[in-house]
Ligand binder design. Sequence first.
Ligand code: 4AD
Ligand code: MG
Length: 463
Amino acid sequence: MIRRTLIAEALQSEEQKDSIQVCGWVKTRRNAGEVVFLELNDGSCRSNLQCVVEAGTKAFDALAGVSTGAAVRISGRLEESPGKGQRWELHAEELEVYGFADSSAYPLQKKHHSDEFLRSIAHLRSRTNKYGAAFRIRSEAARAVHDYFAENGFHYVHTPILTGSDCEGAGEMFRVTVLPPDQPVKMSEGANPFSNDFFGRECSLTVSGQLEAEALAMGLGRVYTFGPTFRAENSNTPRHAAEFWMVEPEMAFADLFDAMKTAEDLVCRVISQVLERCGDDIELFDRYVEPGLIKRLENLWMRPFARCPYREAIKILNAGGKKFEYPVSFGSDLQTEHERFLAEEHFGRPVIVYDYPKNIKAFYMKQNDDGETVAAMDVLVPRIGELIGGSQREENADRLLRRMRELGQDPLKYDWYLDLRRFGTAPHAGFGMGFERMIMLLTGISNIRDVIPFPRTPGSLPF
Ligand code: 4AD
Ligand code: MG
């Protein structure tokens, strides 16, 4: 067992320590004659631990070849640092090298690297200050999601990734097959084309855990899923990934307005917890990525979100203040430019747009009495646009069946889903929050490829 102190703990020490042992990667090495300074980072926090290696120690004799990127173990005395910028430093006694990093080949030298370059070495970028911070924030944000739901009576459920149903009905699914590429499905008339495939029927990667979450909510009351989802939409934008993580609560005995409230509370909770616990990491983004970020996040979670019916939003967008690339009228899907205008310029804060036209929304949404709209809601936030999409669900079996038929869904495939309306149906509602978009909001990072460790986007699967 390697008994080690995390650098985060060492830096918060209240007193000097005669003997501690730390492990980490060398960020920089500076030679000053009889003394060598190593900046060591172990990923536990943004700050490095300065290690002072003096001539005459065993550690000094072990320094040959140690350069940026090397993995080492150092033991020594933690002492008050006379230098500026840090309270503690480690006076090395022993040093063991686990792995050298040849300086002529190691790509992360001490200089600025572009995000594009770092994406090409995604397997190493968690060692940089920026990506280390981003992934620690991602971790804390996930914890905040679980904390929020645990404290509010939700059960954490696990919905399948392999699925036979298309939740969004948008046909953007990745098909999963075990058939060899030269033996595709049999397309003979009338026969089941998937009969010789693994499941004997079509299988895809899920686009959303919602339908299964609904089933679980209709027994457990309040549930949420938090897992990977997949979309084969060919949109090469900074906000779309082919694989992303979604947080999906589903609540029995709840309506659209309950879903809105939960969405607002969840977003505010994640922001406040990350601000509280990741102050150092957030500060990096405030300083180098999006100046003013902390202030904006504080404003975001302290103010109530605006609420605005879709019809009203269309009026606002057409009020003439601004020219858009895509014009809008009742029935149009809102584009990012519209979403951002509403949140950034018109309301100046997150806004929940609701009661969308039924023709641009999925089959499962509760139909409103006007015959034209459904009880859907999207949470739009500055810089990102849509962060959350959700709705009250249609709980009436006949109306749901009619809508499925209108939209060309095969009701036989959804028989189990219709059962939920046949047996003990009840009003229920839920939503999905794109977790990567939440991390973009938290960090100011503008490309979704940089908030998930190994991004998957059209034409790109390098790892
Ligand atoms: O609005 P969406 O498509 O809603 C659903 O899938 C519902 N079934 C969720 C539910 O009610 N349980 O997706 C929800 C959120 C979006 O608001 C967006 O933040 C994110 O998921 N999202 C994506 N994030 C990254 N890349 C993509 N391709 C995304 N598509 C959706
Ligand atoms: Mg949506």
